[in-house]
Design a protein around this ligand. Structure first.
Ligand SMILES: Cc1ncc(COP(=O)(O)O)c(C=O)c1O
Length: 364
């Protein structure tokens, strides 16, 4: 009835598949103790320092947040060796994807990214009426040469998640440097490092090195994964001060709520939790890999807190059957991978439960 109120691009969008709340699923299926391994969350919970700081802040919720995010930006700038004016905060790094699109893209201009990659890029660009160019992954890795070739005069943005979701692959730093220097100056690279903290093998480039250069690059980081604060919604972008200034003009004045700012600031100081998270992730990945090998199931090396597993059955069917076993996983059919599932590392007992349920479902 109201289709004339939206653009064709918006009408064609499919809502992001977030999955049901665990409690609702348990009620529907009549089960208890369900395990969620579908959203690349931190199984250790939130940083305890963040929880304490958030609890102490609750009596001040009648005040508006600090619209500049002063203390959080100050701490981040110090940690990263950048200036505060090279930082923009977002309601999750997702909001910075949106800010970049709202600030720099307009109908008639386009964005380039890999296929498959994080689903939010296409959602936001399509919603804004931008033209999308997709470049297929090559051997489950970003095809940098293909992406370079796909950049046209009207390409305003390139989105690159490094490591990539859903494959877990990392771009070698020298290749990334060469890619950045080949980009035209009118094209902004959004380099999404949501999983940077989990990289075990391979080299990374430091934002400072790129931001001091002439190419426009926005690094994205998040407190959702390694700091366990997905529910607070805090992410940040690192880029040239001039680009921050433009995004700041478009940004809602109070986009990071008070608890988010306080929690993230405390988490940043929680080295113990951060290191525990990395260790638990790597141990969990090793354990899962050896169990999957034992079952003869194909999985892929990953530099993240999740892994892709290939099956010889439709992934949607397997994830439905796993649900009935109380294990929530991600079918990658929405990424165009019909026989592939993705799971994130859980606690040791959750990982064991996953393997047990998978054996049951696949009859192994
Ligand atoms: C590649 C990638 N970028 C960004 C995000 C979003 O993170 P945030 O919670 O900071 O919005 C995710 C979340 O899963 C992701 O996989």
């Amino acid at each position: 009835m109201f289709e004339d109120l939206v653009t064709k691009d918006i009408a064609a969008l499919v809502p992001y598949p977030p999955g049901k709340p665990i409690e609702e699923l348990e009620r529907e299926l009549g089960i208890t103790g369900a395990v969620k391994l579908a959203s690349n969350e931190n199984p250790l919970g939130p940083s305890p320092k963040a929880v304490e700081a958030v609890a102490e802040t609750l009596p001040r919720l009648h005040r508006y947040p600090d619209g500049r995010g002063y203390y959080l930006k100050q701490a981040l700038a110090q940690k990263l060796g950048l200036d505060m004016n090279q930082l923009v905060l977002g309601n999750g790094s997702n909001e910075i994807i949106e800010l970049a699109v709202r600030t720099f893209l307009r109908p008639g201009l386009g964005a380039v990214f890999s296929d498959p990659t994080f689903l939010v890029y296409s959602k936001v660009v399509q919603g804004a009426g931008g033209r999308i160019t997709r470049v297929p992954l090559k051997n489950r890795r970003h095809d940098l040469a293909g992406l370079s070739r796909a950049v046209a005069d009207d390409s305003r943005l390139v989105f690159l998640d490094n490591p990539n979701n859903p494959t877990g692959s990392l771009i070698p730093a020298p290749d990334l440097r060469a890619f950045v220097s080949d980009l035209p100056r009118r094209t902004i690279l959004v380099l999404d490092e949501a999983y940077r903290d989990f990289v075990r093998e391979g080299s990374l480039i430091e934002p400072r090195e790129v931001i001091e250069g002439e190419r426009p690059v926005i690094f994205l980081r998040t407190f959702s994964k390694a700091y366990g604060l997905a529910g607070l919604r805090v992410g940040y972008g690192l880029t040239q001060a001039e680009l921050v200034d433009y995004m700041d003009r478009v940004r809602q004045p109070f986009n990071i709520n008070t608890l988010g700012q306080i929690g993230a600031l405390a988490a940043l100081d929680d080295d113990e939790f951060y290191e525990n998270t990395r260790r638990a992730t790597w141990d969990g990945l090793d354990w899962l890999a050896s169990e999957l090998d034992r079952l003869g199931l194909k999985h892929h090396p990953t530099q993240t807190n999740f892994m892709m597993i290939e099956l010889d059955r439709p992934a949607g069917e397997v994830s439905d059957l796993m649900l009935h076993q109380g294990v929530i996983i991600r079918s990658l059919s929405s990424y165009g991978l019909d026989r592939t599932i993705r799971i994130n590392v859980g606690l040791p007992e959750e990982n064991a439960r996953f393997i047990q349920a998978l054996k049951q479902v696949l009859g192994l």
